[in-house]
Design a protein around this ligand. Structure first.
Ligand SMILES: NC(=O)C1=CN([C@@H]2O[C@H](COP(=O)(O)OP(=O)(O)OC[C@H]3O[C@@H](n4cnc5c(N)ncnc54)[C@H](O)[C@@H]3O)[C@@H](O)[C@H]2O)C=CC1
Ligand SMILES: O=C(O)CCC(=O)C(=O)O
Length: 326
């Protein structure tokens, strides 16, 4: 019998977690033969609702769920965890931009960064989902000086999946026949969903779709998909976000396939001229848990301008919360 692996999930009574926790308990992340112990963090007023979610988890009779800890204390939630899904944050309502969320959510991530620093496993893999995800991840990692920047990531996999799906639909192929789209930059309306290096059935995507569709339909559709879902549902994406969180963490553990990459928000090392020290989404390959930025892609003026626009937004977000960066 394998030893259980400890997984923290914050915002555990929220709508993303209501999908994510059951995916974890079903073995979709680490496999159906890997026991897990869930450490669930919520704010105190949400603990009664979380009790209800835990009852439902028990009622699934999952063979791999070997324990559930629920708490409102980050130091208990993150104690010795191997993986942390930082989902808890206030979500955006229809009249808000992600920037409005900065101040509200920044404080949460400095507290959680400090707690991870103190009590998490030194090899912990942290995924920040809560918005504004890139800057929240930067706050968390800068409050965790004893961990490495490589321990932290933020989620642009939902945007990546949205891009795969939009391109597959346009080309009338299965999503499995599309690969190597890229999300550059911030998980926000300035992100740059790039298909200039994407392949559809091994053909260059831009030989199959015209530039006007790429620029004026594809890019805004992917950039605005979150807002469009909010308008339609009255609530932000939840099941697709949970699915992307599982995809992101699973890629981190299992690795990427030969010749393929995924998009991940990581600590910039200056690749592609992006300022070092921002949490910027890049195309990455992963092997043995090590994330490497795909190097050597040709960047034309169109792409360069879009990559810089989203970089500028990330710099602005960083200056707005610089008091929280250690
Ligand atoms: N990166 C991405 O692709 C995506 C990010 N999101 C973001 O994910 C976050 C969560 O979304 P939902 O689950 O829909 O929101 P939700 O409002 O349903 O749940 C958030 C939960 O976080 C809890 N929470 C708040 N402060 C906390 C703290 N300090 N510690 C622990 N828990 C805390 C709340 O009590 C609530 O239960 C939002 O910020 C949302 O904008 C959503 C979709 C995609
Ligand atoms: O747009 C938001 O603020 C929440 C949902 C989100 O980040 C997304 O669906 O991409």
């Amino acid at each position: 019998m394998k030893q259980p692996i400890h997984i923290a999930v914050t915002g555990a009574a929220g709508q993303i977690s209501y999908s994510l926790l059951f995916r974890l308990a079903a073995g979709d992340f680490l496999g159906k033969d890997q026991p897990i112990i869930l450490h669930l963090l919520e704010i105190s007023p949400a603990l009664p609702a979380l009790q209800g979610v835990v009852m439902e988890l028990q009622d699934c009779a999952s063979p791999i769920l070997h324990g559930v800890i629920i708490t409102d204390d980050p130091k208990i939630a993150f104690k010795d965890v191997d993986y942390a899904f930082l989902v808890g944050a206030r979500p955006r309502s229809a009249d808000m931009e992600r920037k409005d969320l900065l101040q509200v959510n920044a404080a949460i991530f400095s507290v959680q960064g400090k707690a991870l620093n103190e009590v998490a496993n030194r090899t912990v893999k942290v995924l920040v989902v809560g918005n504004p995800a890139n800057t929240n991840a930067l706050i968390a990692l800068s409050n965790a000086p004893d961990l490495k920047p490589e321990n932290f990531s933020c989620m642009t996999r939902l945007d990546h999946n949205r891009a795969l799906s939009q391109l597959a639909e346009k080309c009338d192929v299965l999503v499995t026949e599309v690969k190597n789209v890229i999300i550059w930059g911030n998980h926000s309306g300035t992100q740059y969903p790039d298909i200039q290096h994407a392949k559809v059935k091994d053909q260059g995507a831009l030989s199959l779709v015209d530039h006007n569709w790429f620029e004026n339909t594809f890019i805004p559709t992917v950039q605005q998909r979150g807002a469009t879902v909010i308008k339609a549902r009255g609530l932000s994406s939840a099941a697709s976000a949970a699915n992307a969180a599982v995809d992101h963490m699973r890629s981190w553990v299992v690795g990427t396939s030969e010749g393929e990459w995924v998009s991940m928000g990581i600590y910039s090392d200056g690749s592609y001229g992006i300022e070092p020290g921002l949490m910027y989404s890049y195309p990455v390959t992963i092997s043995n848990g090590k994330v490497s930025i795909v190097q050597g892609l040709d960047i034309n003026d169109f792409s360069r301008q879009k990559m810089q626009l989203t970089e500028t937004e990330l710099k602005e977000e960083r200056s707005a919360i610089k008091h929280l960066l250690s």
